[in-house]
Design a protein around this ligand. Structure first.
Ligand SMILES: NC(=O)c1ccc[n+]([C@@H]2O[C@H](COP(=O)([O-])OP(=O)(O)OC[C@H]3O[C@@H](n4cnc5c(N)ncnc54)[C@H](O)[C@@H]3O)[C@@H](O)[C@H]2O)c1
Ligand SMILES: [Zn+2]
Ligand SMILES: [Zn+2]
Length: 362
C-alpha cells in the first residue's frame, strides 16, 4: 500500500515528505495507522549524528489504531488502540527472562532501520528505504510493527498525550521505578530535565521519593521541574553544583540519574552520591570517561546503565497509564503537539530546547 512518510535522506537535509510503498504484514506483524508520534532525542541523533543506513524513516514513539494483523497474530485485533514501543526478538535468554531492553538483537532490531533479517518493509519505486527503525519508523501515516512491540490500550487512553510512553517516558520513569526503586526516605538527583529526566521526576513523585533535586542549564525547564514536584532545582552551570546537592540531600543523594551524557556532569553525579548510592546512566553521548575509582571502592557507590527503563513494556506501560489516569503523571505539562507536516518545527524546537517533548499528530 502507499503511505506518506517523512524521509531522512541526509544528516543535515530537511525531512522530505514522500509517498512510499509499504509491504503487506508478515505473519507476525501488524499494520497500524498512526495517530501520533513523540519525538525523542534519539531521533535527532540518528538523523544528524550517527546516521543509520539512508534513506530512513525514523520515529519510535508511535501510537495508533490497528488496521490489519498478520496470519499468526492472535493477541491483537483490527480496531485495537495501541502504543508502540521498541523491538525485541522474544526468543533470546534475556527476552525469555522478561528483560526485552537487553535483547541480544536489540541493536539490529532498533537502530539499523531494518528487520532482524535486514529487510525493510518500505521502498520507493524499488529504492530501499529503511522502515523498521525501533521496530516501527513512526514518522509516517502507517507502520508495520511486530506484535511484540505493540501494547494494546483501552479506548479511553489519549493516544496523543501518551504516545511518548513507548520510549523516552518509560526510559526515565523506568530508571527510577524499575532500577532504583527508591523509598520514601531516599533522595534522588536528576541531571538534565528534558523528556527523559522529567519522566523520571514524575515517576519519583508518583512512587513517593523523599527528596528530588533537578539540575539543568535551562531556567524554564527548572521552573517546570519545580511545578512537577522537584523539591530543589539547581543551575547546572553553577560552580558548586555538588555542594548544593549534598546540602539539599543532607549529605549526598541515594540515587542519581544522568540524562546528559556529558562527562563532567556524570562525574558530578558520582561525587554527589551518598555512600552506597547508585548513579544510573541513560544518555547517548560521550563514549568513554575516566572514573575516580575511590568513590566505588571507598564508598560502595555503583554506576550502572539502563536501557528503555529496564522493564517489560507490556507490564510497565500499563503502570504508567494508570498513573496518568490518576493524575500522577501529567505528561501534558511537558509536551506540545505539532501537525505531522510541521515536523521540522518540532525538531528545531526539540533541538534548541523550546519544547521538552514534541508530539506529532497525523
Ligand atoms: N537509554 C535509553 O534507553 C534511552 C532512551 C531514550 C533516550 N535516551 C537518551 O537520553 C538522553 C536524554 O534524552 P531527552 O529526550 O531527555 O533529551 P533532552 O535534550 O530533552 O534533555 C537533556 C537535558 O539535559 C540538559 N543539560 C545539558 N547540559 C547540561 C548540564 N551541563 N547540566 C545539566 N543539564 C544539562 C538540557 O538542558 C536538557 O534539558 C539522550 O541522550 C537520549 O538519546 C536514552
Ligand atoms: Zn531478544
Ligand atoms: Zn527514544
Amino acid at each position: 500500500m502507499e503511505i506518506t512518510a517523512a524521509v531522512a535522506r541526509g544528516a543535515d537535509a530537511p525531512f522530505s515528505f514522500e509517498t512510499l510503498d509499504l509491504e503487506a504484514p508478515r505473519p507476525g506483524e501488524v499494520l497500524v495507522r498512526l495517530v501520533a508520534s513523540g519525538v525523542c532525542h534519539t531521533d535527532l541523533v540518528t538523523k544528524s549524528v550517527f546516521p543509520a543506513e539512508l534513506p530512513i524513516v525514523v520515529g519510535h514513539e508511535g501510537s495508533g489504531i490497528v488496521e490489519q494483523v498478520g496470519s499468526e497474530v492472535t493477541s491483537i485485533a483490527v480496531g485495537d488502540h495501541v502504543l508502540l514501543t521498541y523491538a525485541s526478538c522474544g526468543t533470546c535468554a534475556r527476552c525469555e527472562n522478561g528483560l526485552p531492553p537487553y535483547c541480544e538483537n536489540f541493536v539490529i532490531l532498533n537502530t539499523s532501520g531494518g528487520r532482524a533479517d535486514f529487510t525493510s518493509p518500505l521502498s520507493r519505486n524499488g529504492e530501499r528505504v529503511m522502515g523498521a527503525f525501533f521496530g516501527q519508523s513512526s514518522f509516517a501515516t502507517y507502520a508495520l510493527v511486530a506484535a511484540r512491540s505493540i501494547v494494546v490500550v483501552d479506548e479511553s487512553v489519549d493516544l496523543v498525550a501518551t504516545a511518548p510512553f513507548g520510549c523516552g517516558v518509560q526510559t526515565g520513569a523506568g530508571a527510577v521505578a524499575n532500577v532504583m526503586k527508591p523509598g520514601p526516605t531516599d533522595s534522588l538527583v536528576i541531571f538534565g530535565v528534558g523528556g527523559v529526566g522529567m519522566a523520571a521526576l514524575m515517576a519519583a513523585r508518583a512512587i513517593g521519593v523523599g527528596t528530588v533535586v533537578a539540575v539543568d542549564l535551562s531556567a524554564d525547564r527548572l521552573a517546570t521541574a519545580k511545578e512537577l514536584g522537584a523539591d530543589v532545582t539547581i543551575d547546572g552551570a553553577a560552580e558548586d553544583v555538588v555542594a548544593q546537592i549534598v546540602a539539599a540531600t543532607g549529605g549526598g543523594a541515594n540515587f542519581a540519574l544522568d540524562t546528559t551524557a556529558i562527562n563532567p556532569v556524570i562525574a558530578n553525579g558520582l561525587q554527589a552520591l551518598a555512600p552506597m548510592g547508585t548513579l544510573v546512566l541513560v544518555g547517548l553521548g560521550e563514549a568513554t570517561m575516566e572514573v575516580e575509582i575511590g568513590h566505588l571502592t571507598g564508598n560502595g557507590k555503583a554506576i550502572r546503565g539502563c536501557i528503555e527503563g529496564s522493564g517489560d513494556p507490556q507490564q510497565f506501560i500499563p503502570r504508567l497509564l494508570a498513573w496518568h489516569a490518576e493524575g500522577k503523571f501529567p505528561i501534558e505539562k511537558i509536551s506540545k503537539t505539532y501537525k505531522f507536516e510541521d515536523i521540522e518545527a518540532a525538531f528545531t524546537d526539540a533541538h534548541d530546547g523550546t519544547t521538552i517533548k514534541p508530539i506529532l499528530t497525523f
